[in-house]
Ligand binder design. Sequence first.
Ligand SMILES: [Zn+2]
Ligand SMILES: [Zn+2]
Length: 207
Amino acid sequence: MCGRGGQQLCAGCREELSWIEPPLCARCGAPTAWPVERCRECAGRRLGFASARAAVGYDEAARRFVHAWKERGLRRLAVEAAQLVVERLPPPEVDALTFVPAHRGRRLERGHNPAERLALELAATWELPCLPLLERTRGGRQRGSSAVERRTVRGAFRATGPAPRSVAVVDDVYTTGATAAAAAAALRAAGARRVEAIALARALRRG
Ligand SMILES: [Zn+2]
Ligand SMILES: [Zn+2]
């Protein structure tokens, strides 16, 4: 976000985003050398979701965009984020979308939850219901180093009620998969049989 696009993503900044291209790991969506069912990143992990997909790699350009979107809370950027996702990802075959709930303090501080905004925009485009199915069970940091994320998010969510049979949980950034896994566990405990994870951006491990 250089500012040239005003409140929007300018063509130059959009160009800089790196699309996630197949082949991918079927489960966690990591780019791989050839299509695989499990990759080094997700093998042996209980992730709870059937698949995770994101539109762009979480590199410097994506980080700038996500930062502007989150901190400035511009609705226009949620629309653009949704457009990026819709451009790359097929509509999920699910009964409903939901979103990763914001940490309470963060939500109060920002006045909005980027994941929720993104889910609402995607739901409108894909003509799916967007339901607030999850809540946080306790405080604690959501982001930070991978180790911190992994340690703090297990059991971090519970369902607000019965979950539909299939659900896609939306977040702005997929980091280690721990957040999506915790969300999926809560949804499955509430009756979902299949959970997918969708994010705008995904952290990419270097070979
Ligand atoms: Zn720009
Ligand atoms: Zn994988």
